[in-house]
Ligand binder design. Structure first.
Ligand code: UDP
Length: 329
């Protein structure tokens, strides 16, 4: 049996592929290489360069490789871009997912794991949010993912098809073994930007807003190490394969750090101050987004191993320092 990983040449997908191979799985990756990198796919995995919306290609890939499970990462992830060009996000994240789910049903793949997001909640208030909280996405990005969750729910009700949608909080860090990391060009995430600044790839960085209703006035987020996130996917895969029912689960640690605390961590780990300049709030940023992750812990048996902000930052810094050489390959 083979696991099909869409977006396996990207940031989270490539960590997933390494993890599956280590667990002895056979893996086939489908990636259009629009933002991912060929070098990020381990040589032991088969790489098919193509579009998940090419249904003939997907069905052929599924059937020729005896795929029994799909882990679906491929998609667009930049929230402000989704506001500027919503139809591109509904196409890339929603329509293409529909075609992929259709291919899965037609080729009788019963197990499907979907990369969803905390953005489905919108501004959920200052307390940790659980899966029962009514989704109210504030961006086309969040809605494009929520619509896919709903397609999965309805497909599971109609067919012999089971899914797990994992709602990611703020994913950061890099493979502790240094094999892959966040390499996306123009990535805008806080830990990435702070690491680039520490390493002199940028002269300064900006802190968006300092007047939020949080302890130090900057936004609070639940930063989760990418390797712990990937571990949750593998538990979800085992659970689905052994007949577990469809579910939606948050993936975060349940603890938030402010922008200032993250910058302080980067300074601590790097050993030098960063030029971080306060500026106006970024439109659409919620004050605090923290997961209640009891469900993943109880139902998937998920036990995070890398729940330590400095460790996340350390792995991200190490990767960032190595990255300029990698991207030339
Ligand atoms: N942020 C910041 N400066 C940056 C990038 C991000 O102050 O250069 C803030 C951003 O406003 C948010 C938090 O850091 O409050 C996390 O942002 P990120 O883009 O990493 O993730 P998001 O929570 O928006 O998905």
């Amino acid at each position: 049996m083979t696991v099909l990983v869409t977006g396996g040449a990207g940031y989270i997908g490539s960590h997933m592929v390494w993890d599956l191979l280590e667990a002895g799985e056979s893996v086939v990756v489908v990636d259009a290489l629009s933002t991912g990198f060929k070098w990020a796919v381990p040589p032991e995995a088969k790489l098919v360069v193509g579009d998940i919306a090419d249904q003939a290609l997907m069905r052929q890939t599924i059937e020729r490789n005896y795929v029994d499970a799909i882990i679906h990462f491929a998609g667009s992830v930049v929230v402000p871009d989704s506001v500027r060009d919503p139809l591109a996000y509904y196409e890339n994240n929603t329509s293409k997912s529909r075609t992929l789910i259709d291919a899965a049903v037609k080729s009788e793949v019963k197990n499907f794991i979907f990369s969803s997001t905390a953005a489905v909640y919108g501004d959920a208030g200052l307390l940790p949010v659980d899966e029962e909280h009514p989704p109210r996405p504030e961006s086309p990005y969040g809605l494009s993912k929520l619509m896919t969750e709903w397609m999965l729910r309805d497909t599971a009700a109609a067919h012999n098809f089971h899914y797990t949608a994992l709602r990611y909080f703020n994913v950061a860090g890099a493979d502790p073994k240094g094999r892959t990391g966040q390499s996306t060009r123009g990535a805008t995430h806080l830990i990435k930007i702070a690491c680039e600044t520490a390493l002199g790839k940028r002269r300064f960085m900006e802190v968006f807003g300092n007047n939020y209703s949080t302890p130090d006035g900057t936004c609070v987020r639940d930063y989760i190490h990418v390797s712990d996130l990937v571990a949750a996917h593998r538990l979800a895969l085992e659970r689905l394969r052994s007949g577990g029912s469809s579910m939606v689960a948050n993936c975060g640690y349940g603890r938030g750090y402010s922008v200032k605390e993250v910058i302080a961590s980067v300074e601590r780990v790097h050993g030098a101050p960063i030029d971080a300049r306060p500026t106006s709030a970024r439109p659409g940023d919620a004050a605090s987004v923290v997961a209640d992750s009891s469900k993943a812990r109880n139902e998937l048996g998920w036990v995070p191993q890398l729940d330590d902000l400095d460790k996340i930052v350390e792995s991200a810094l190490k990767w960032e320092a190595a990255l300029q050489f990698r991207n030339q390959r």
